[in-house]
Design a protein around this ligand. Structure first.
Ligand code: IMP
Length: 190
């Protein structure tokens, strides 16, 4: 049961909990095969990729003959401030715990929209000389790109709406919804 405070502000569910779970499983199957017998480091981009990163890590471990090991690390960036529009300015709030040089790094993001956040992260991480660098996003809004960005693993294409849930927030709310939803008009101030 959804709390009344959430139900009043949500317009519709875009991706159900089950659809997200199936998508994560299928991403995990591809990733596990591509990194078979190799060590893999998942680098979750917080806070949005909180759920995707842990669910993906667990799903990868359920695939037989996958990576030889799966490490998890996080970095925290802020690109939206408190609005629903990207400022274009990406701020690194917390860097990774470990050195990534020589590692097979897979950046895990909740959503790629205009591409500025992921392209900034990719160029910053590439400078640190990982063995390999790929990216995985749960949701994609390909028609919104301002900069081109390579994403090897894409889960679902999101409609042209500001979405929340499963880690995605609006002004730090709604992250805890187990599904991805669109908010009602009037909830979001642009
Ligand atoms: P980009 O730099 O525009 O590609 O946006 C990347 C970041 O903006 C994501 O990691 C999200 O945190 C945030 N973001 C983009 N679109 C949405 C949305 O529809 N809802 C919530 N957050 C979003």
């Amino acid at each position: 049961m959804l709390a009344a405070s959430f139900a009043a502000t949500i317009k519709r569910t875009l991706f159900s909990q089950e659809e997200i779970a199936r998508t994560i499983e299928s991403l995990a199957t591809r990733i596990a095969a591509d990194y078979a017998r190799k060590p893999l480091l998942l680098l979750g981009v917080l806070k949005g990729a909180l759920y995707v990163t842990v669910d993906l890590a667990r799903a990868i471990s359920r695939v037989p003959d996958g990576p030889s090991s799966v490490g998890i690390d996080y970095l925290v960036v802020s690109s939206y401030g408190n609005s629903s529009r990207s400022s274009g300015e990406v701020r690194m709030l917390k860097d990774t715990h470990q050195r990534i040089a020589g590692k097979n790094v897979l950046v895990v993001e909740d959503i790629v929209d205009n591409g500025l956040t992921l392209s900034y992260l990719q160029s910053m991480l590439r400078d640190r000389e990982p063995e390999s660098l790929r990216s995985c996003v749960l949701l994609d809004k390909p028609y919104r790109r301002l900069v081109p960005v390579d994403v090897e693993y894409i889960g679902l294409t999101a409609p042209d709406a500001f979405v929340v849930g499963y880690g995605l927030d609006y002004q730090e709310k709604y992250r805890n919804l187990p599904f991805v939803a669109q908010l009602r008009a009037g909830v979001i101030s642009e």
